[in-house]
Design a protein around this ligand. Structure first.
Ligand code: 13P
Length: 248
C-alpha cells in the first residue's frame, strides 16, 4: 500500500506578505523532500508572493478558504478560479475555526468540497470533535456523521484524490496532542467510514492526516501509525521545526 505522505502547514492568520517570503526562504532547504507532498496553506494575501517564493522547489501551494461562487457580489470573498490562476493546488475546507468562529455548517462545507473538485482544487477536509464529545465518548459517531455530510454526492474517484485531516479541537493550539494511539484509532475509523460509503479501494487511496499540536518532537511517532498519512500543522509550520516534521 503506497499512500504518499502529505505534510501541510496551515499558517492561519499569520505572516504578512514580507514575513511570508522570509519564512519560505528560511524553510527552503529544510523541507526539501521529494518523497512526500509538502504544502503551505497560506492567507489569501500571501498566495501571490508565496507562489513566487516557492518556484523551483518541491513545495506546493494551498489556500485556507474560498467561497463556492466563481465571481460576483460576495464582498470579502475569494473564488476557486482566482486561487487556481494564482497556482493554488490544495484548499483547506471545514477547519474547526471556520466551523466554530465563522459559523460554517456541513451543508456549506459539502458545497465547498464539490466546488473545489469541480474547479480542480484538492480539498483538505477537516473533521474532529470537541473536548465535551471526547469526554462523552460519542466522538466517533460525531466524526462519522461529519464525513458523511461533508462527502454527500462526492464520487469515489474524487475521494481517491481527497485529503482528510483529523483534528481533535481539544488538541489544536493547546500543546495537548492526541496520543499516537488516539489519533490512529480515529484515522482508522475514518478509513472504515470511507470503505462503508464507497469501497475498499477508495478507502485504501484516501489520505488521512492528523492535526493538533503536532511538532518536531511528536511527529515521528504519529506518522509511524498505519492510518496516519501526514499532518496538518499550525504553530510549528511557522518555524524551522516544520522541516523536522517533513523529515520525521
Ligand atoms: P496547531 O498545530 O497550532 O495545534 O494547529 C493545528 C491546526 O489547526 C492545523 O489546521
Amino acid at each position: 500500500m503506497a499512500r504518499r505522505r502529505i505534510i501541510a502547514g496551515n499558517w492561519k492568520m499569520n505572516m504578512t506578505p514580507s514575513q511570508a517570503v522570509e519564512l519560505c526562504a528560511t524553510l527552503k532547504d529544510l523541507v526539501n523532500n521529494d518523497a512526500e507532498d509538502v504544502v503551505y496553506c497560506v492567507p489569501a494575501i500571501d498566495i501571490v508572493p508565496v507562489a513566487e517564493a516557492i518556484k523551483g522547489t518541491n513545495v506546493k501551494l494551498g489556500a485556507e478558504n474560498f467561497y463556492i461562487e466563481d465571481k460576483g457580489a460576495f464582498t470579502g470573498e475569494i473564488s476557486a478560479p482566482m486561487l487556481k490562476e494564482a497556482g493554488v493546488e490544495y484548499i483547506i475546507i471545514g477547519h474547526s475555526e471556520r466551523r466554530d468562529i465563522f459559523g460554517e455548517n456541513d451543508i456549506l462545507i459539502n458545497a465547498k468540497v464539490k466546488k473545489a473538485f469541480a474547479a480542480g482544487l484538492k480539498p483538505i477536509l477537516c473533521c474532529g470533535e470537541s473536548l465535551a464529545l471526547r469526554k462523552a465518548g460519542t466522538y466517533k459517531e460525531w466524526i462519522a456523521r461529519q464525513i458523511k455530510w461533508d462527502l454527500t454526492d462526492v464520487t469515489a474517484d474524487q475521494v481517491k484524490e481527497l485529503v482528510i485531516a483529523y483534528e481533535p479541537i481539544w488538541a489544536i493550539g493547546t500543546g495537548e496532542t492526541a496520543t499516537a494511539d488516539q489519533a490512529q484509532e480515529v484515522c482508522k475509523m475514518i478509513r472504515e467510514v470511507i470503505a462503508d460509503m464507497y469501497d475498499a479501494a477508495t478507502a485504501e487511496a484516501v489520505r488521512i492526516q492528523y492535526g493538533g499540536s503536532m511538532n518536531a518532537g511528536n511527529a515521528a511517532e504519529l506518522l509511524s501509525k498505519e492510518d496516519i498519512d501526514g499532518g496538518l500543522i499550525g504553530g510549528a509550520a511557522l518555524k524551522p521545526d516544520f522541516g523536522q516534521i517533513v523529515n520525521a
